[in-house]
Design a protein around this ligand. Sequence first.
Ligand SMILES: Nc1ncnc2c1ncn2[C@@H]1O[C@H](COP(=O)(O)OP(=O)(O)OP(=O)(O)O)[C@@H](O)[C@H]1O
Length: 328
Amino acid sequence: MHENSLIKARGLSRAFGPFLAVDGLSLDVGKGEVLGFLGPNGAGKTTSMKMLTGFLPATAGDVEICGIDIKKNPVAARRHLGYLPEGAPLYDDMTVDAFLHFIARARGLAGDAADRACQRAARAVNLLSVLGQPIDTLSKGYRRRVGLAQAIVHDPDVLILDEPTDGLDPNQKYEVRRLIEQMAPHKAILISTHVLEEVEALCTRAVIIDRGRIVADGTPSELKSRSRYHHALMIEIDEKDAAQSRAALADLPGLSDIEQLDGHGLSRLTLFPEKGGDILDAARQRLGDQGIMIRQISLEAGRLDDVFRALTHNDLEQTRISTTEDAA
Ligand SMILES: Nc1ncnc2c1ncn2[C@@H]1O[C@H](COP(=O)(O)OP(=O)(O)OP(=O)(O)O)[C@@H](O)[C@H]1O
């Protein structure tokens, strides 16, 4: 994969004064890959993306876009690159069409080629109906789409999108995800997001970053298999049967723990097997013997949010740690 990587970063770091916001980040993204960049607020995602696109100089490390060093040859590298920055700065008093033409010109396109490129980009993100409208009269969702259109106007090989669906309504989110899916086979795409369902739906790989460092890198299924819910057995029964069910399952061979969640007259029991254990048939048999009606039964693939929480720190946690330290 490394020979074909269109985005290549090695040992990328960025300090702000004494604070190390990104600490030795290395990654490769190949053609056809959509890499999800995940991490809590302040983990270093935006800072990393700014360094990958050459908008922020790295304190240390190297970036190559399509094999071109972004530090040594920024103009040539950026020709292959489309970037949607966080809260995309746009020229508010321009119309959408004028803005896209302005970007096209900056990308070296002129005449018919520029017209065609602007039309294609505007069509791809459903902007054709507002082409003549000044950008400052557009809703947040439309402005985000203008940001996306400017990123793809020159049909780049590499797309780096900072929270592309942020601020969009569910329909617009769906449209943007579809657009990314359509472009994916021909490009290397890196997106940052806080929406974990988006990662499962869209990304071929995900990297979790915490405090400037990569703490996980794998396909969504690989990451989910690191969750404690991987291979857990979920059984849904009527709430009135919960106590009897738990008693029947309590000494099931191979069972290490049970969680219970009640609501709307139903109880959801999650049974955690001992490592590598298979308790599905035995659990079903025990409940059957007791005449308990099973509403639903399934094996879990694992939960991305659970892995995310286990691997990252959050502000609340930091507050708690410092309070404990203060008290000590
Ligand atoms: N110009 C700057 N000067 C000082 N500190 C900065 C600067 N830019 C970013 N930081 C700090 O670097 C850290 C990483 O910020 P960054 O914006 O990359 O995080 P992020 O993962 O994108 O967060 P979010 O999910 O909130 O967008 C934060 O602690 C932030 O305050």
